[in-house]
Design a protein around this ligand. Structure first.
Ligand code: DSN
Length: 420
């Protein structure tokens, strides 16, 4: 690989310089965006491999092109490992990422105008859960349930049931992109059964935590369909998977290919197989448990220093800091200020946010990447201290420069997998 890096530096210095800069950024800063991680070096090898040369439309044993003896092995490994890890009857590992993965499910079971019940976007639901600006939001009728932030983010199941009875959704969808709690899958299932809806859980954020056995698995509560991305807490390549009970297999497979996509990215699917193989090892459970205890430590460190967290804490790998309530600044200012000390977060809307998405009231943070680097609870407390100091003393350039130096020197103690 090193030889090819040198080749790139000679043949395309512009791309090479940007790549080298990004490596520096990933090494010298603390990555707290909860949907990001550092993948395994073995996955980087698969992603950069000659598997990218191959077209493999179809599924193992039923392809539209020849030369599939090795790609079939790889895709079967990924599917088998997904089934074992998540205790499901079928897995489709071809979705290119999270959005097509969810779209494939909607398009498999619904017609334009049909109704889906999902989490309100400002309470933590994802863009693909029916944001009005998304194509899915225009094609289907998304109706909403909300959380009760003052009651530790509990979902209001009375209201959820009322909306379900009134609107008779075809799919009851749970899952989130910004919600620091676990879900009561049995309650979703009860309501879905009452209205005859399919149950779907999008566990993209917590896929690694479910795989590690430290958060609940929706299949244990009789869910029909579970989707997850592979690149977040699972630590894999950028990809999505749809897992389901066997009676949904045919519709799901047809919907992914040929319904929505053409040739699967076999280099990525090899990376998915490697990732799932790693997640089946006993030490992955420790990694999952550490993501959780690190998130609790970061949350406690921020709250001890007057940080106000949405829902008052966390039960998963992420937390949402209300920067308006805590520091009198919006999430964009907070994100940009923390960028100045090499701590990467993302601005985030909070429940029923009065502010617009590009200047929302909070920031979102999480622990998958920091945990991969080997940081622990004491490190999380130090980070909470730096975050608090930076946001409090943001006008003082000398202080900001000092904190940046401290953060970068701290980071040098934690190598990044895959970066020499
Ligand atoms: N962008 C991802 C996240 O940050 O949660 C979801 O698509």
């Amino acid at each position: 690989m090193e030889r090819y890096r040198e080749l790139l530096s000679q043949t395309d210095a512009e791309v090479y310089e940007a790549l080298a800069g990004e490596e520096r950024r990933q090494r010298e800063g603390v990555e707290l965006i909860p949907s990001e991680n550092y993948t395994y070096p073995e996955v980087l090898v698969a992603l950069g491999s000659i598997l990218t040369n191959k077209y493999s439309e179809g599924y193992p044993g039923r392809r539209y092109y020849g030369g599939q003896e090795y790609t079939d092995v790889i895709e079967n490994l990924a599917r088998d490992r997904a089934r074992e890890l998540f205790r499901c009857e079928h897995a489709n590992v071809q979705p290119l990422s999270g959005s097509p993965m969810n779209q494939a499910v909607y398009l498999a079971f619904m017609k334009p105008g049909d109704t889906i019940l999902g989490m309100d976007l400002s309470h933590g639901g994802h863009l693909t859960h029916g944001a009005p600006v998304s194509h899915m939001g225009k094609i289907f009728n998304f109706v909403r349930y909300k959380t009760i932030p003052e009651e530790a983010g509990r979902i209001d199941f009375d209201d959820l049931r009322r909306v379900a009875m009134e609107t008779r959704p075809k799919i009851v969808l749970c899952g989130y992109t910004s919600y620091p709690r676990d879900l009561e899958y049995a309650d979703f299932k009860r309501v879905a059964d009452e209205v005859g809806a399919i149950t779907m859980a999008d566990i993209s954020h917590i896929g690694g935590l479910v795989a590690a056995g430290v958060m609940r698995n929706p299949f244990d509560f009789g869910f029909d369909i579970v989707t997850t991305t592979v690149h977040k807490s699972l630590r894999g390549p950028r990809a999505g998977m749809v897992m389901c009970r066997k009676e949904f297999k045919k519709e799901i497979d047809k919907s992914v290919f040929p319904g929505l996509q053409g040739g699967p990215h076999m280099n990525t699917i090899a990376g998915v197989a490697i990732t799932l193989g790693k997640a089946l090892q006993p030490d992955f459970r420790e990694y999952g448990a550490k993501m959780l205890s690190n998130a609790k430590a970061l949350a406690a460190g921020l709250m001890q220093r007057d940080g106000k967290l949405i829902t008052g804490g966390t039960d998963n790998h992420m937390l949402v800091l209300d920067t308006v309530a805590s520091y009198g600044i919006d999430g964009r200012v907070a994100e940009e200020t923390l960028d100045r000390v090499s701590v990467t977060t993302n601005k985030q809307i909070v429940p029923d946010d009065p502010n617009p998405p590009l200047r929302p009231s909070g920031i979102r943070m999480g622990t998958p990447a920091a945990t991969t680097r080997g940081m622990d609870e004491a490190d999380m407390d130090r980070l909470a201290g730096w975050i608090h100091e930076t946001l409090t003393r943001r006008e003082d350039d000398a202080e900001v420069a000092r904190i940046r130096e401290e953060v970068e020197s701290f980071c040098r103690g934690f190598p990044v997998p895959g970066i020499e």
